[in-house]
Design a protein around this ligand. Structure first.
Ligand code: MG
Ligand code: MG
Length: 262
């Protein structure tokens, strides 16, 4: 899917992507605020969908075709992935429970430019392991972003995630990877969350990447629900996911989906 040449974005194109990322960050911040025990994931989906449309954007996940035959297109504007769900959970009428964790992944198209970002949050009070998983996965994203320096290589990004996660005693999910992003949600290159520092393609100024570590408390293996989308840890252990859309700038990485800056 992401084979082919990596095309760096021009400063004008990056401004377009920045606007898309800012809108997505604001939508996700609202969703995070809305997370509490008793809220359904359908309600969270509505928060994101309405905010994005009200601000001139289009939620990009809704209607995405499945990779496998016989699976319906994705029915939500967010992915809502609770507890052992790694990614691609479908919003539903199920209410969040105290002690759950929920990963919310969302994508926006604004003026033709895609952005993609995810965050995992605690629902009320969670146990120490869940809290540590969320912190480690967030730190893994931060480390990966910090490695997205011009002249560094893709392997530096993956190694940053893998090293941090494995030192914490958790596993990196390998079945899904990050990706280039721009006029399409998925562009070259693939961005694995594992690898060897100093190997792989060199990161050029203007390269736009969606970096997205997925981390399981237990083993890295994945199983799918019969809906064809919902991807869970095979051993049922908790899983977390964080993602930012990032551009490799001349003086370092620029995070386009930072909720702090929105
Ligand atoms: Mg995403
Ligand atoms: Mg992505």
């Amino acid at each position: 899917m992401n084979a082919g040449k990596v095309v760096a974005k021009t400063p004008e194109q990056i401004e377009g992507m920045r606007a898309s990322g800012r809108l997505l960050a604001r939508a996700l911040a609202l969703v995070v605020e809305a997370v509490e025990p008793g809220v359904t994931t359908n309600a969270l989906n509505t928060v994101a969908d309405e905010f994005i449309r009200d601000h001139g954007g289009t939620p990009s996940f809704l209607g995405v075709p499945a990779g496998s035959p016989g699976v319906a297109p994705f029915p939500g504007s967010i992915c809502a992935s609770t507890n052992d769900v790694i990614v691609h959970g479908i919003p539903s009428g199920n209410a969040l429970q105290e002690g759950d964790i929920i990963g919310v992944d969302c994508g926006v198209i604004l003026d033709g430019w895609h952005s993609d970002s995810a965050v995992t949050v605690a629902v009320g009070e969670v146990d120490d392991e869940a809290e540590r998983l969320i912190a480690v996965t967030r730190n893994a994203l931060d480390a990966a972003v910090a490695a997205a320096q011009p002249g560094n290589r893709l392997g530096d990004v993956g190694a940053a995630v893998q090293g941090l996660v494995e030192r914490a005693g958790f596993s990196v999910v390998r079945r899904f990877v990050g990706h280039g992003i721009g006029r399409a949600m998925h562009e070259p290159p693939q961005v694995p969350n594992f690898g060897t520092a100093g190997t792989g393609a060199v990161l050029a100024v203007g390269t736009a990447l969606a970096i997205e570590p997925m981390v399981n408390v237990g083993g890295p293996d994945v199983r799918f629900d019969t809906d064809g989308w919902t991807a869970r840890s095979a051993d049922g252990s908790l899983s977390a996911h964080f993602e930012h859309t990032v551009v490799v700038g001349a003086s370092g990485p620029m995070v386009l989906t930072s909720r702090a800056a929105s």
